[in-house]
Design a protein. Structure first.
Length: 94
């Protein structure tokens, strides 16, 4: 019986980053710490690079707090949130 080979965590992140680039029709953002690509880099830098918050990451790299690299994605998520709020608000009238 052959032994299964597993990727290291770093190799898995690199593989998943390349996969996101190939599969995504959204613009991606490059993490300035490790160079991997993400739709949203904020949660990545907190979980992987140990920042306290995305704001700390932005300050360290001189990025503006309200600047967005993925405006289309942000608009889509805001629309989803509005739809969800509308569903919750209308629940009592159904």
């Amino acid at each position: 019986m052959s032994k299964k080979k597993y990727l290291t965590a770093e190799a898995q992140r690199a593989y998943n980053s390349k996969k996101r680039v190939m599969e995504s029709d959204e613009p991606l953002v490059k993490c300035l710490e490790c160079g991997l690509m993400f739709i949203r880099v904020g949660s990545h830098v907190v979980q992987v690079h140990g920042y306290e918050s995305a704001l700390e990451y932005r300050r360290e790299h001189g990025l503006m707090a309200r600047e967005t690299r993925t405006a289309g994605y942000a608009a889509k998520m805001r629309e989803k949130a509005r739809n969800y709020d509308n569903l919750e608000n209308g629940a009592s009238t159904r």
